[in-house]
Design a binder for this molecule. Sequence first.
Ligand SMILES: Cc1ncc(COP(=O)(O)O)c(C=O)c1O
Length: 387
Amino acid sequence: MADETRLIRAGGAPRALAKTVGPPIQKGSTVLLPDAAALYDDEHYVTYGRQGLSAHDALREALAVLEGAVGVSLYPSGLAALTGAMLAVLKTGDEVLVTDAIYKPTRRFCDHLLKRFGVKTTYFDPRTAPQALVAGASDKVRMIVMESPGSLSLEMQDMAQVAALAKDRKILTVADNTWGAGLLYKPLDHGVDLSVQALTKYVGGHSDVFMGSAAARDPALVRALTDGVHHMGWSVAPEDAYQMLRGLRTLPLRLARHGESGLAIARGLAVQPEVASVIHPALPGAADHELWARDYSGPCGLFSFVLKPGPEAAVEAFLDALELFGLGFSWGGFESLAIHCDPQLKTRKFKRDYGGPLIRLHIGLEDPQDLMADLRAALSVYARAVG
Ligand SMILES: Cc1ncc(COP(=O)(O)O)c(C=O)c1O
């Protein structure tokens, strides 16, 4: 044969793969089928790489173990997982109830794309009692979307009770469980139908890979999620799936440290003269503490606090004085981050007076005493700027 042909045939798949601790990062759009009959046998064969190969299978399997799920679908981002879970089951004419504390881009999806396709969204106060929430749902409501704790203001919903009441009305429940990371809280164990998380945050843990997952127990829902991914044509890179699997191995250890340090800093902030209040559900006496203590096995590193009232310029001076906290819109990585939340709260339907500027912190894996010293120094800059 000529070189052209020999070079195309040479160096194909190796005979047998050596066994390593992690799965092989198998790359491929084309999948070669063993015989002609297999070409159209989607029941028994992966026929195209977009369906996912070895690293994707391994990650889906590990996430199913973590979530107590029958099936898990992967998405190119956490936002895509949320929108994907909704698109998988909603149809024109349906209505959805969504917590007012939802991640803002999810709200954008509801207000624009879902609306365009004839699905109506009604936002509910995150602290609405479950009975009132479900009793107030019209017969067109097909889904209730919760995020608990909300990722800025940390209000919680009793997701177990909402799920139980919604089931009686044949309404599906969805949890954005990025705060619980599938470890601190397990939505499916509490009767929630669809557990969604941005793996981008704690599972990835290094602020460098995007991915999301949606997990379900009901085989019909698992099928709907899988079909939704196929219909939309979403796929994730095998290297990224491998990275997420690697993140899962150390998730419990990292989360324990994030949570411990976060709680220590929350306690430290609560006694600072410039701080009006700390919003952290794991703090005894916090508004949602009893609900949190009932359902969660520990905290993560994300919480907020309220500065005593001061002008915008003083809030900016506080943030700019931080040396160890990056200013950035994410969380779940090894590094500490801070943002000012007030501009984002303006889009909410139910405005709440927190009593001063709301600051969100993500506590990373640095030494908590160093972080506290950094916060104390920035708080004294705030005090001077307020005057
Ligand atoms: C609560 C919550 N859900 C979902 C997402 C979306 O994740 P991604 O950035 O992977 O789309 C985020 C991102 O900040 C988030 O905070």
